[in-house]
Design a binder for this molecule. Structure first.
Ligand code: NDP
Length: 317
């Protein structure tokens, strides 16, 4: 049961590039932002290696290090950064009510949603059974455990291509399972995969089951959806890289979202359908999903929150 209540002028939910950028702008505008990190402080970029396309880092930077820089910059202007997970919201009246970790209720004049997105899974029982015991959705986090071994990765987008090449550096062999006869990944990424000798691409391939000895993964059963033939591939690691879904479940009773859960904001704006609630980053962007675009919309959200609060203040006086 909620016990204590605290009032916050600008509450930011999420700690990826969008959340931290919103924090930097809100703090510098003296909105005294409080940012709740969520379960993965730093967000998706803490689970990646080199980031080469974020402006300002001419030599590239490791994802976790970049997120540390974001955090430090937000802290420099006194953002109150707290480890905590938002468990429910009530946007029915002003100020907005937000419950943290099921126990603490805060009220907020403005809420900036920057909850990002999470990895998708295939949905197989065996995938769940061996999750953490050979099955992973993060090659960068877990690839190390499969050094010198044979692994498989499913997916054909930029993430899968990037993770396959990452794994190829560590592992003996990488089996890449592509469900169609072509990649979705950009030409540059495809080129990298095709030119990595220890990546074997299996087109028209669907994973039917992850095989194991009851404790760890020992292989996969794969169906060729063209020939209808099945085969078993011996692997000790199975990586899922088939995209992401937005972390917006929490808001489904309050905010307008599309059929896949991406929050809908007004054109050229981060304003949601609820006054004082703004959405930025991957939670509302299914098209671009880049760190730099997330940071950009985080900036807009903070500026819009500031303007909103200033207009409210003006109304009162
Ligand atoms: P995408 O949605 O782009 O790709 C998902 C891939 O997974 C597709 O190839 C899809 O197959 C496949 N897939 C989906 N469901 C299944 C399933 N059930 N079984 C087998 N395969 C499946 O996701 P990404 O995470 O790769 O990329 C997301 C965005 O981030 C993209 O815009 C991408 O460009 C960007 N990105 C950019 C990077 C960079 O610039 N360095 C790095 C990583 C991502 P199908 O093609 O058949 O639909």
């Amino acid at each position: 049961m909620p016990q204590e209540t605290e009032h916050i002028q600008c509450l930011i939910i999420g700690s990826g590039p969008a959340g931290y950028t919103a924090a930097i702008y809100a703090a510098r505008a003296d909105l005294k932002p409080v940012l709740y990190t969520g379960i993965v402080p730093g967000g998706q970029l803490t689970q990646t290696t080199d980031v080469e396309n974020f402006p300002g880092y001419p030599k590239g930077i490791m994802g976790p290090e970049m997120m540390e820089d974001f955090r430090k910059q937000a802290e420099r202007f006194d953002t109150d950064i707290r480890f905590g997970y938002v468990t429910s919201v009530d946007f029915s009246s002003m100020p907005h009510k937000v419950v943290i970790d099921e126990i603490k209720t805060v009220t907020a004049d403005t809420v900036i949603i920057a909850t990002g997105a999470s990895a998708k899974w295939l949905g197989l029982d065996s995938e769940q059974k061996y999750n953490g015991f050979g099955v992973s959705a993060c090659a960068v986090c877990d690839g190390f455990f499969f050094k010198g071994q044979d692994v498989a990765i499913v997916g054909a987008g930029d993430t899968a291509a990037e993770e396959a090449t990452y794994l190829a550096k560590l592992c003996k062999k990488v089996h890449m399972l592509v469900r169609r006869d072509e990649f979705r990944a950009s030409k540059a990424m495809q080129h990298r995969v095709l030119n990595t000798p220890n990546i074997q691409i299996h087109y028209h391939s669907e994973t039917k089951e992850i095989l194991g000895d009851g404790k760890v993964v020992t292989g996969i059963r794969v169906l060729n959806n063209k020939t209808k033939e099945e085969k078993t591939i011996d692997v000790t690691g199975f990586f899922v890289a088939i995209g992401h879904h937005p972390n917006t479940e929490l808001f489904k009773n309050w905010l307008t979202m599309d059929e896949t859960g991406y929050l809908i904001t007004q054109p050229n704006s981060t304003k949601t359908n609820i006054e004082g609630v703004f959405a930025c980053g991957d939670a509302q962007d299914k098209l671009w999903r880049q760190a730099v675009t997330a940071a950009g919309t985080g900036c807009i959200a903070a500026l819009e929150a500031e303007r909103y609060l200033a207009a409210k203040e003006h109304e009162i006086h």
